[in-house]
Every structure is written in C-alpha cells, then in structure tokens.
Ligand binder design. Sequence first.
Ligand code: ATP
Ligand code: MG
Ligand code: MG
Ligand code: MG
Length: 564
Amino acid sequence: MRSSQYLLSTLKETPSDAEIVSHQLMLRAGMIRKVAAGLYTWTPTGLRVLRKVENVVREEMEAINALEILMPMVQPADLWQESGRWDDYGPELLRIKDRNQRDFLLGPTHEEIISQLVRKEVSSYKQLPLTLFQIQTKFRDEIRPRFGVMRAREFMMKDAYSFHLTDESLQKTYDDMYKAYSRIFERLGLDYRPVIADTGSIGGSHSHEFHVLASSGEDAIAFSDSSDYAANVEMAEALAPAGERPAATQKMEKHQVHGDELAAVLQPLSVESQQAVKSVIVKASDDIEAEYIQLVLRADHELNTVKAEKLEQVAAPLEILTQTEKATDIEAPYIGVVKAKLPLLVDRSAAHLADFACGANEDGHWLTGVNWERDTPDYTVVDIRNVVAGDPSPCGQGKVKIARGIEVGHIFQLGTKYSDAMKVGVLSETGKHETLTMGCYGIGVSRIVAAAIEQNNDERGICWPDALAPFQVVIVPMNMHKSARVQAAAEKLYEDLKAQGIDVLFDDRKERPGVMFTDMELIGIPHQVVVGERNLDENQVEYQSRKGGEKQKVSLDDCVNFIK
Ligand code: ATP
Ligand code: MG
Ligand code: MG
Ligand code: MG
C-alpha cells in the first residue's frame, strides 16, 4: 500500500473526550471515527486490525471443528417470545417495528436464532455434537457507552453455540473452547487470565471469562500467585464454603455510600465553581492501590475561555496531587483533570464511580451525588485498599493478587435453558426424543483491538504486536521527491517485500521525514526501514523496531530476508 493512495487521517491532539489511552490512540491513529454514541466507523487502518483479530479467531474456531455461519442481525420477536427473553431482557434490547407493525429487535446475542436453525436442521443423534459460530455485528443499547469501541452499542462479536446429547459431550467441547480461547489470546500477544465467572441461575462453575489485564479494566479479578486459580471478585466470594468468606474478600469491604456523603465532600467545590464549571465527574483512580480519585471538570460550552487558574480555584479545597491542563474549545468541553485526595473510598471500578456526578442544572442549582442514569443517590463502593499480597488466596494456595481486567471472552454451559423452551431435540440411538444440552461462547472481537492497545502503547503511540499490526513494515524514504536514487531503491524494496507476501506500507507522501516518523510511530507499525542517500552510498538501509532498541544498518540486498 502506498500512503499517497491511502487514507491516513492521523490527529496531533488528544481528543479531550477520550478518557482511556486506547480510545485516544484509536482516534489519533485514525482507526475509528465516531458516528453517534457507541457507534463507530472503522477506517481502513482500523479495519485491517479488526480483520487480523477476526482471522485468528476464525482459524482457532475451525481448528476445533466449529463451522462458520452468518445469522441476521435483525431478529423477529416471536422467537424471543418463545424463549421468554422478549419480556425478560431489559432496556439493552433495541426493539423495532417493520412497516406492518410487526415486532423485531436488533440482536444482542443469537441463542434464539441458532436454536431455531438447529431444531429444523438437526434431527438425529448422528449429527451431534455440533458447534456453529459466526463473526458478526451485535447491538446492545448500553446504558453508558464509553471508552470508544471498548463499550460500544454496535460491536463485533464472535459467538459460537454447541449442541449435545450428553453433559460429557458438552464438557468436552467446553474444554476445547477453553483451550482455543487461550491459543487465540496467546497468538494475539495479550497478557490475559481465564477466570471463574458467574453462571447466574444455572449455577456451578461452568463458566469462564477471559480477561486482558489492564488498569483501565472495568472488572476486578482475584487470582493466586502460585496456582491457576482466578475468579472475578464476586465469584471468589460466592464460591467459598458457606460462612467462610475468603480472607482476601473479607477485607474487600462493601459500603453503601449515600449521595449525601459525596455531596458533603464536594460541597466546597460547588460553591466555587458554579460560575465556571458545569459539572464535576468523580472517577476512581486508574491505579488500584492509589488513594486518590480524579475529578473531571467540565465547562459549559460557552465558557470556552475558562483557563487553568479557574480550575485550580475550583479544586482548591482539595489536596491536589497532579493536574493536567487541557485545551478548551467548543468541541472540547472538558477544562481539565485534577487528581486529588478525597476522604472517600476508592471504587473497584473507575466506570462505576463515574456514575457519580454533580453539576449545575439549568436554573443554576447545584446537584450533587446523584447517579443520574440510575436515578438513585445510593451507591455500593467496594474498597479493596486493605487487600494486600500477604493475604492467602481464596483457593488456599499461595497469596491473592487483585488486578483490573477487561472482559474479552466468555464461555458458558447453558444446559437446556433454550432447548427446553424452544424444543430443540433429536431422536436418540434408541429412538427416543431427547432434548439437547447447549453451550455458548463469545469473544469481543472489536473490544480486543482496544484491549490490545491498552497493553501495547508508549508516549509516541501504539506498539502493535506483530499478529495485530495493520502493516508489518513501513518504508520511509528520505526526501524521495528530490532523489531519484532513493526513489528507485525504495520502490524496489517495496515490490520485493510485496512479492514475499509481507504487508508493507510505502510512505511516498511529499512530507518531511519528521512528519512521516511521527505518523508511523503513532500508528504503531512494528518494523520500519529508512531509505536515505547517505546509507545508499554503502548500499545500506536503516532498520528500526517500533518496540525500541538500536537502529541497525542492513544491506539493501539482505533487507527482505532480514524482515522475513
Ligand atoms: P460486559 O460485562 O463487558 O458488559 P457482557 O458480559 O455483557 O460484557 P457477553 O454477553 O459475555 O458480554 O458477550 C461476549 C463478549 O462480547 C464479552 O466478553 C465482551 O468481550 C464483548 N462485549 C460485550 N459487550 C460489549 C460492548 N458493549 N462493546 C464491545 N464489546 C462487548
Ligand atoms: Mg454487558
Ligand atoms: Mg460481563
Ligand atoms: Mg460476559
């Protein structure tokens, strides 16, 4: 690919409404563009990465004999009435009507559609076990879409469903899936942990979530430092024998914090800030052990001239630790982020505390501590500051560690929940009608792209693991438009790399070298080859890895082999 024929669209500034690094970098690297809350367009660069994830997922599904299908995103209500979920599913389900006033929905998941398919297509035990999967768009009307594609409303999921005559057969496929998921996250170069997860009404420990470890993660997981034990914190408690709460979670105190408590803390702020600041959003710090929270001060749109002094004034009653100044303009209503010490508990989830906000309403009345969306002033805060490595793991082996995770996958033994309701069965060997038992297995394909960036970035931008990079190599020619020799060498290298099937970007734009380097480092292409006059005198080019390390001179003739 030549940059001159490509759509690069990188941004210099960090968009002020993007709170976590992956969202910031996906916007800056020109991977996604927002259409509306939780809805994104994937640009050529973003889509290249998304496809890499998809392909790894597809290969590993096929390796365990799962068969790919594609189901419609729009689903008829009657199937959901059969399963009972038309009434049970909350407001995350987007319901729509067609021109004949018939009810439909945008699929948040596909158990009903797959059950309908299998009850029609599969009639004999000889056709079992059967695992089907798709990679497709889901829609969930999330209460708070945030962090870009991390929690979107429309997002890409791989969902697989398996059908069995016996629990043993289901367990085998479940184990295969568990291993396939582990291979997927290993191949993608992610630091991940499978954890025991909640099975809701079905019970047992027949569900695992796969978490990518990252400080921005919305979930907390507890794991042992010397065994394979890992569970999300709710399960670490739920699985303990009755009356024996694990020592670690005993210390994880839960408090109901009333809105008034928060209001009292924030009261001094509100008096100072009514003029300048429209709202204050309280967030827990990213660092799980730290005792500060962040305040995001948001100015009214018209108050675009509010400067850092005002911010300081507003936050003056608090013990300020650090403060970042942010540009203010009409597009960017946030005037700054302050890290401050507050006499408040640190929540286990930044996202949850963000629900707490206070601000001035239209009449200038200051509202505090109201969880706006849920419309309740009460809030459960889980304090994990007292949990220290010293504490025994809930499994009894080794010490407990607590980390934040991003849920990127979830596998689940459903049993006969759907097959009972929707009459999915076959004739068994003895000619009896048997209801099938089911498993379902999801991977957040688009969320993985963001999660990978959370783990692979530096101050210059994204550092893609090879398996995910939009391009493997970039050729950066120095002043090519003035040097026929540089141009000829770069063109030849480009053709040679392409001939080897290597994904290569040729930065043939009429830009200064500095601009090219900045863009390519931001996008995070793992390998860079610089073609310049001086090195060509010795028939050499310069190689640099995005992950750092020394620049190396490589002979032009060996370059393709060196990269391979
Ligand atoms: P979460 O707890 O984050 O809301 P979930 O448990 O509701 O996720 P599942 O029903 O288990 O999600 O769906 C399978 C996978 O789809 C999740 O593990 C996650 O990776 C991904 N996913 C779920 N919701 C979203 C979303 N709003 N945006 C992006 N990916 C999502
Ligand atoms: Mg969810
Ligand atoms: Mg979940
Ligand atoms: Mg889940």
